[in-house]
Each structure stands twice: as C-alpha cells, then as structure tokens.
Ligand binder design. Structure first.
Ligand SMILES: Nc1ncnc2c1ncn2[C@@H]1O[C@H](COP(=O)(O)OP(=O)(O)OP(=O)(O)O)[C@@H](O)[C@H]1O
Ligand SMILES: [Mg+2]
Length: 229
C-alpha cells in the first residue's frame, strides 16, 4: 500500500495501432503539485482521460485510493470520479443554458442533493476569485478570464482530492493567465487538493513541485532528464 491517491502502472495506449503512451507509470499524492508538458498531440489529454477512467488504456492498471479500478461499475466510477477529480479545461466548457452558480453546482448534483451549505460554499469560492455577485450572470456574457475563474470554482465545488487543469490559461493573455494560475494554485492550497497541471508554459510548470515531460510516448520526470544530460 502506498500513499498515491491515483496511480497508473505500466500504461500503454494505442489509437488505431498508433502508439500514444508506452510504459507510463505515474502517481499523484496528497497535496502534491505536478506539471506535465509535451508537444501538441503527445498524449497529455489522453493520459488524464485514462487516469479519470474516461478512456480505457490498451494495457496497464489504474488504482484509485489504492484499489484496482478494473472491478468498478459505472455508478461507482462516476461517484468516485466526482469525489477524486475536479477538471478545468482550456475552453472552460461552461454550460451555456445555466447561469454562473448553476454551472458551479453542476458537479455537486452528480454526487448529492444541493444543500444551502453548497450554495454558500459556491458563493465563498466566487468571492475568493473576485467574482462575488456574479451568481446569476449568464455565462455567455463573461469574459475569457471570468469564465476560466468560474471553471476553476466549479472544479473545486466537490472539494476534490485532485484538480486536473488541462491548459487552463491557454486562451488568455499573459496578465490574466498569471492571475488565474495563481488563483488555481491558491484554491488548491486552501482546500488541500493536489494539482495536476498540463501546460506549455515553463514558468507555470516551475511553480509545481514535480515536472514531467511526455515525449515519444514516454513520461519522464524532468530532473531525471536533466541528470541524464
Ligand atoms: N479517439 C481518438 N481516436 C484516434 N486518435 C486519437 C483519439 N484521441 C486522441 N487521438 C490522437 O492521439 C494523439 C494524442 O492526443 P491528445 O489529445 O492526448 O494530445 P495532447 O498532448 O493533449 O495535445 P494538445 O497539446 O494539442 O492538447 C493525437 O495525435 C490525437 O489525434
Ligand atoms: Mg490536450
């Protein structure tokens, strides 16, 4: 038994006989911050989809909280996924038919009924990212940076153990990207979530404790790469 929240063991992934991931073993611990970089098409999103059981690996084993996930049914997967992961994407994927607070509470509805305390927590998070009073706003009227902050708050609503941020600032200017990145890091610190950040931005990658690069289907820790010369 180790202390990984989520662990991948010897993962291989092929799409139509094209090898995307080979022998990937990797885990995330409590409160750990990790970055993964790699060229477009390297397989970064595929890797996090496999981690969240949104995509099956061709070979390999996925453990959630020390248990092999292969035996889990769909219902258990969906409940546990909502508890373990909060996702923030490059294009925020806010639901246009729902206003700001309804978007934020959406992942909560997957796991339980909405209580007053959930609404209060959503409001507290909104204030933390300087969007107090935005609860009823139509998400189509938000700026890119505001949308991304709402997406970050939505990822946090279940107090997940791991926030997965897939290029969360890729569509923003440098100043807004810096502000949002710091907000995501602060939210994770405040609520004790681990952070897995996929980014092309080396400055953001350096803010994480551990950095990996995905290249030629292999995941390598950056320090190892440097020591290999
Ligand atoms: N369902 C699929 N069927 C076939 N090929 C796929 C599928 N999903 C992804 N791929 C391919 O697998 C490769 C890895 O895709 P992935 O989205 O993981 O890359 P990425 O590293 O996240 O890239 P980016 O930085 O552009 O987001 C790409 O070549 C992509 O076209
Ligand atoms: Mg991607």
């Amino acid at each position: 038994m180790n202390d990984y929240i989520v662990e991948l063991e010897d993962i291989q992934k092929k799409f139509e006989n094209v090898l995307i991931l080979k022998d990937v073993s990797f885990g995330i611990k409590e409160r750990e911050t990790i970055s993964i970089c790699g060229e477009s098409g390297a397989g970064k999103t595929t890797l996090i989809n496999i981690m969240g059981l949104l995509e099956p690996p061709t070979h390999g084993t996925i453990f959630w909280e020390g248990q092999k996930t292969i035996t889990y049914g769909i219902e258990k997967i969906s409940q546990l996924r909502a508890k373990i992961f909060g996702y923030i994407f490059q294009r925020c994927n806010l639901i246009p038919e729902l206003n700001v607070i309804e978007n934020i509470l959406f992942p909560k509805r997957i796991t339980s009924k909405i209580r007053t305390s959930d609404i209060e927590f959503a409001q507290q998070l909104l204030r933390l990212v300087q969007l107090g009073g935005f609860e009823e706003r139509n998400v189509l009227t938000l700026s890119g940076g505001e949308s991304q902050r709402v997406a970050a708050v939505r990822a946090m609503i279940n107090r997940p153990r791991i926030i997965i941020a897939d290029e969360p600032t890729g569509s923003l200017d440098e100043k807004s990207a810096n502000i949002i990145m710091d907000m995501i890091i602060n939210l994770c610190r405040e609520y004790g979530s681990s952070l897995l950040l996929i980014t092309h931005n080396q400055l953001f990658a350096k803010k994480m404790q551990t950095s990996y690069v995905l290249n030629n289907s292999k995941l390598k820790q950056l320090d190892c790469l440097e020591s290999e010369g």
